[in-house]
Design a protein around this ligand. Structure first.
Ligand code: KG4
Ligand code: ZN
Length: 335
């Protein structure tokens, strides 16, 4: 069989990215222009600012990806693009660029769901085995996704309110740690102990998640300490928040594994970079599910990039998914 080479663009949030991937697993180019330095001054991503920077950077990342791979657009089999979910203005920039490339070079256009990208990023590490269960944890998502087979998706559980990354970012903000908060809490928690009791949220669905009560719990804890003039240890608060949030994630993951008995479990999304989550998940898989394969992706595969969109785009392309010239960004796209 001949090789499949996919060119992909990703611009759903604050990273403008282009990549070229061969046969769904071999990275030929991977370029990410991040906007973190701009947004951190505002304490979070400003959508309007994000879209403008995508416009400024998109041509540059496209050219850089072709240069890295030493290839031309004519050599691509298809153009994959993140259609959603994400920030509408940001998504539009990538979608428009991808449509232009597909039209100009007469290539198939392949729309990709951002979460499928995060899950398929694991194929850059190892072959995927189905049925597969993915725990997707990012700034915009907290989901348990079951894949009976390649390119089939069933959402078993999702968040009722905040996504876990969002909770990390909000808690970091109230603690005055800056943006993005996830890595800061991760680091600070290493020198703390989870000694403060915070509420473990309740959810309607057995496999659903909830983080807003925990976030409010942290706020109330800080307020109470201030009112009573009691000092608290920042590192201990970071550790207490983190352990409570991760306990919820792992309890739900455990339930889903027992329910579905997958062949493989994969971790996906920006929060997969969390060192304590990686540690606790490894421990749980080794001790409780020694016969189940699992992938904890390297840090480079966790945060937003276009290589993951190219990998999911390869599966979509081979499953005949195509977009036409009337394709438009879908900020709340279903998986
Ligand atoms: O997947 P991603 O790049 O963007 C979305 O698709 O939303 O994830 C970004 C999120 C942010 O909320 C960030 O704080 C979080 O991932 N994050 C972390 C860590 N590194 C990034 N959260 C906890 N611990 C980390 N080490
Ligand atoms: Zn993402």
């Amino acid at each position: 069989m001949s090789d499949t080479v996919i060119f992909a663009l990703e611009s759903s949030c604050d990273e403008t990215a282009a990549a070229i991937v061969k046969n769904g697993c071999e990275i030929l180019a991977n370029v990410v222009a991040t906007q973190i330095d701009v947004h951190k001054d505002f304490g979070g991503v400003i959508p309007e600012v994000a879209s403008r920077i995508h416009v400024e950077n998109i041509s540059m990342v496209i050219a850089e990806a072709l240069k890295q791979a030493d290839m031309t657009m004519e050599e691509m089999d298809a153009i994959a693009i993140t259609q959603g979910p994400g920030l509408i203005g940001s998504l539009h920039v990538g979608v428009q660029a991808a449509k232009t490339l597909a039209y100009a070079f007469d290539k198939p256009l392949v729309p990709v769901h951002h979460i499928a990208g995060h899950i398929y990023a694991n194929r850059l590490v190892e072959e995927l085995h189905f049925p597969l269960l993915a725990l997707v944890v990012s700034g915009g998502h907290t989901e348990l996704v079951y894949m009976e087979d390649d390119f089939t998706f069933e959402i078993l559980g999702t968040t009722q309110d905040d996504a876990i990354g969002e909770a990390y970012d909000k808690v970091a903000r109230v603690m005055g740690l800056g943006y993005p908060g996830g890595p800061k809490i991760d680091r600070l928690a290493k020198s703390g102990e989870a000694i403060y009791r915070l509420p473990l949220p309740k959810t309607a669905g057995e496999l659903d998640f909830s983080f807003s009560g925990l976030k409010s719990g942290v706020l109330q804890f800080i307020d109470r300490c201030k009112r009573q003039g009691v000092a608290y240890e920042e590192a201990n608060l970071a550790a207490s928040f983190q352990e409570t949030a991760l306990t919820q994630l792992l309890q739900k993951l455990e339930k889903a594994i027992k329910l579905k008995r997958p062949k493989q479990v994969v971790l996906a999304g920006g929060v997969a970079a969390n060192s304590r989550l990686r540690e606790r998940m490894t421990q749980m898989m080794e001790e409780q599910f020694p016969d189940c394969a699992y992938i904890i992706p390297p840090l480079s595969c966790c945060t937003d990039n276009a290589a993951m969109i190219a990998v999911a785009g390869t599966a979509a392309y081979l499953h005949q998914v195509r977009g036409e010239m009337d394709l438009t960004a879908d900020p709340s796209m279903d998986l």
